[in-house]
Design a protein around this ligand. Structure first.
Ligand SMILES: Nc1ncnc2c1ncn2[C@@H]1O[C@H](COP(=O)(O)O)[C@@H](OP(=O)(O)O)[C@H]1O
Ligand SMILES: [Mg+2]
Length: 796
């Protein structure tokens, strides 16, 4: 033996001859006919061939490399073997190769050899002999870098003895030998996976990818060979079961060829001596030239697509039904934005159940209040929300089952979505024959959403299928939104705005970038990288885009139109935004949960500063006098009322409050004050209930806030009325000033003096604060501001 060759090359060369010898043992035992099968574990066999082949390789390598650590599938082996099982000659063609420089100085203690003496044991026992391989993997400092794959039965069907069996090898940095590599044909997706160790998880993942073909074969070695010979694009096994000895050699050979093998999330496995043997996070291997990342996205839920959504939601629907829920039961979703969010929603809608979505920031008190209104029997919850819902249990009149939607394993004693489906889905479930139930579209409640808590306590708004259909038909077909464009899914999915924004995208299958929370850099990078052109925001995001200096570090030149809803946006922010981002326009829209999101919007080709646009099709609007209730003409402010297919069915279990907002003629009284101009463009002036009355004059806080925001040192402002014996109420301003500003309270008051009429002066006072409290849709939480004033008074 050429002792002068580097250890790694010698080891590769010795592994080739040892694997060949083991292959002959495997054939001999098969031809003798007595396999001596024992069951090591569930679905895990061992034969005389496994044991003997391992002893052969172990003894051969141990004799030549006495200090080397060798780990074999069949445990520690007795190295006393027949002398003709020990081979110490080396494969000369490998020894003649140039060792990659990074491995020239590798010594014994850096190396672990991983042996699978007979990969594809199940297939061996069943006579599928071409699935069988002998694997010897060489790991250096924990990385799989060298591999030998021997196929004892290669060509066995041809019957020609001299063509029987072959040995392939690969060394990272050097290349591969023993076979002719081929790339799989582009434009198709052929997957390979386990033949004998399949389960639901594996099947779901495979079907979600809609492959052109799936090759179910035995052995990790064999499957990687299919990738290297152009017969499959990816090897997908999203389950535990494979071990380090199954993947070390295949990974090394595949890597040497330019392919990739990782766990199902894209992380590489380590192969040093102390690693756990099972590959708990599954296997994903892709052929040379494949986009490994794309496969990861498809299989791990970093991305989803409409096929996967349809597939998962139908399966979930079947499971919910078998769990025992009935039509008209309520299903809850309690989660921050995530990819799985719409699976339970769609499942519930197919089943004619109502869906309620809870604000993921709810405290125990808030959640128990709304959960007692809607009484869900099953709640799909994110990991982050589990503790809150469990803490409400002692206060709930109906105890729901909690299923965790974003965990593979059960979490805090709640079942994971996967486990729930596995347990309850009918074994013969067939997506092709699955049918959604028929519902009474006009009356059946599809969603129970909670109307903004800005005034009073939340109420459960019942929206019917008819409401939703009316909205979707109008927005998608009516030219009000470019639903084909990629959207940012940052607005909370539990809220009308975020919910229906994504719903529309699901229907037209356009892309949504799902964001769990606002992080300024991530948000701006997403706008830049996904070249967002139509952006939906709430005022607080509009302020951020208009005022934050980080914005200048990103290329947002793709942005054309910003659509703002949820709360009024001041004209000055509109103007700043347009100028700063070089926008075509900012389009404000108006609606509320009680009106299924939309009432007023700009058509794509129409825009007027400060306006919320025109009345949406099929909706009637009137502006009524606040005192007499009479309908008003143009340019007169009054309460905005609307009627039509978007108006909610009512508040759940609350006929009194329903009657207060929907009158006998079906008009929904929005509590918002608005007027329209000669062009029938509408302008929201304020919320009725928040009007400040100073000496009988109406003062709109939103107007004062907009005024304050025109000051260069003011970042945000919130105005409320404080009670005053003499005058009724006095306007009081909470102001967020720029970090380095010296602005004083008196300067703010003086600024207001210049800008607004006498009865709108900030007589109540000015207080500097770090931030203005807002609800998720951007509305200022005025009752929290009022509390601040009460607290202040109490201290004095
Ligand atoms: N559920 C499971 N139980 C036991 N072993 C499993 C398994 N799933 C995969 N494996 C291991 O992964 C290897 C390849 O499996 P598969 O052919 O199913 O893709 C098998 O190698 P062996 O055949 O050497 O035992 C087996 O060890
Ligand atoms: Mg194996």
């Amino acid at each position: 033996m050429a002792q002068s060759a580097p250890l790694v090359l010698r080891l590769m060369a010795s592994s080739v001859t040892a694997a060949n010898r083991a292959g002959k043992i495997i054939r001999d035992i098969m031809s003798r006919g007595d396999l001596g099968i024992v069951e090591k574990g569930k679905n895990d066999l061992q034969t005389e061939a496994d044991r003997s082949a391992q002893r052969c390789i172990m003894a051969s390598l141990a004799q030549q490399y006495p200090n080397l650590l060798i780990i074999g599938e069949e445990g520690t082996s007795n190295c006393e073997v027949p002398s003709d099982w020990i081979v110490t000659d080396c494969d000369q063609s490998i020894l003649a190769q140039q060792c990659p420089p990074e491995y020239v100085d590798v010594n014994n203690k850096d190396v672990v050899v991983w042996i699978d003496p007979l990969d594809g044991t199940a297939e061996y026992t069943q006579g599928l002999l071409d699935h069988v391989t002998v694997l010897v993997g060489i790991a250096v400092k924990g990385k799989a870098i060298g591999g030998v794959i021997h196929q004892p039965y290669y060509n066995y069907e041809s019957g020609t003895a001299d063509l029987l069996g072959r040995t392939l090898w690969g060394l990272v940095g050097l290349g591969t030998g023993g076979f002719i590599p081929r790339d799989p044909s582009p434009g198709k997706t052929i997957l390979t996976t386990t033949r004998s160790h399949s389960n639901n998880l594996v099947n779901t993942a495979l079907e979600a990818f809609q492959p052109d073909d799936v090759l179910r074969v035995g052995g990790a070695g064999h499957k990687v060979l299919l990738l290297m010979e152009g017969k499959a694009h990816a090897y997908v096994f999203p389950s535990k079961g494979c071990k380090k000895w199954d993947t070390c050699a295949p990974e090394a050979v595949l890597t040497a060829l330019g392919g990739k093998l990782t766990d199902i999330h894209g992380n590489t496995y380590e192969y040093h001596k102390d690693v756990e043997h099972p590959n708990l996070r599954g296997v994903l291997a892709t052929a040379r030239g494949m986009n490994h990342g794309l496969f990861i996205d498809a299989f791990t839920g970093k991305g989803t697509n409409k096929e996967k959504l349809l597939f998962n939601s139908c399966r979930l629907a079947d499971s919910i039904k078998n769990y025992g829920l009935l039509q008209n039961d309520v299903i809850g979703v309690f989660s921050e934005n995530c990819l799985e969010y719409f699976e339970p929603i769609l499942a519930a809608l197919y089943l004619g159940m109502s869906v309620t979505t809870f604000n993921s920031n709810y405290t125990v008190d808030e959640l128990k209040y709304v959960a007692n209104l809607s009484k869900p029997k099953l709640v799909f919850c994110s990991k982050d929300c589990v503790s809150t819902i469990l803490a409400t249990f002692s206060y709930l009149s109906t105890l729901p089952k909690v299923v965790v939607i974003n965990s593979d394993e059960n979490y805090k004693e709640c079942q994971s979505l996967n486990n729930f489906v596995t347990l309850y889905i009918k074994h013969n479930f067939n997506i092709v024959t699955f049918q959604p139930v028929q519902v009474d579209v006009k009356n059946h409640v599809a969603f129970i959403l909670y109307s903004s808590g800005t005034t009073g306590l939340p109420k459960g708004v019942m929206l019917t299928h008819f409401n939703i259909n009316a909205l979707l038909a109008m927005v998608i077909n009516g030219g009000y939104s470019l639903t084909q464009e990629t959207a940012i899914g940052l607005l909370p999915f539990y809220h009308t705005y975020g919910l229906f924004l994504v719903f529309m995208r699901i229907i037209v299958s356009s892309k949504v970038i799902v964001m769990k929370r606002f992080e300024s850099h991530v948000y701006l990078k997403a706008l830049q990288d996904y070249k967002i052109s139509y952006l939906h925001v709430v005022p607080s995001l509009a302020y951020f885009l208009a005022k934050n200096e980080l914005v200048d570090s990103y290329d947002l030149s793709s942005l054309k139109v910003v659509i703002c809803g949820g709360a009024p946006l001041s004209k000055s922010i509109e103007e700043t935004l347009i100028k700063r981002l070089n926008l075509e326009k900012v389009r404000q829209s108006y609606g509320m949960t009680e009106s299924t999101l939309g009432v007023l919007s700009h058509k794509i080709d129409l825009f007027r500063y400060g306006s919320c646009g025109i009345v949406l099709p099929n909706i009637s609007i009137k502006i009524i006098d606040l005192n007499t209730g009479d309908a008003l003409g143009p340019n007169q402010s009054g309460e905005l009322c609307c009627r039509g297919p978007l108006v909610m069915k009512g508040y759940i279990n609350d006929p009194d409050n329903t009657k207060k907002v929907i009158d006998d003629e079906g008009w929904l009284h929005t509590g918002d004050v608005a007027y329209y101009d000669e062009n029938k463009l509408f302008y929201i002036v304020d919320r009725l209930k928040e009007l400040i009355k100073y000496k009988g004059f109406q003062v709109a806080p939103a107007e004062l806030e907009a005024m304050l925001l025109t000051h260069p040192d003011i970042l945000d402002a919130g105005v409320v009325g404080i009670p005053d014996e003499k005058n009724g109420e006095l306007p009081y301003a909470f102001v967020v000033k720029s970090p380095n500003s010296n602005l004083s309270e008196n300067e703010v008051k003086a600024f207001a003096k210049e800008k607004v009429s006498i009865h709108k002066q900030l007589r109540g006072g000015v207080q500097f604060v770090k931030e203005i409290p807002r609800n998720p849709s951007g509305k200022i939480l005025r009752r929290i501001l009022r509390q601040k004033i009460d607290n202040l008074k109490a201290k004095l």
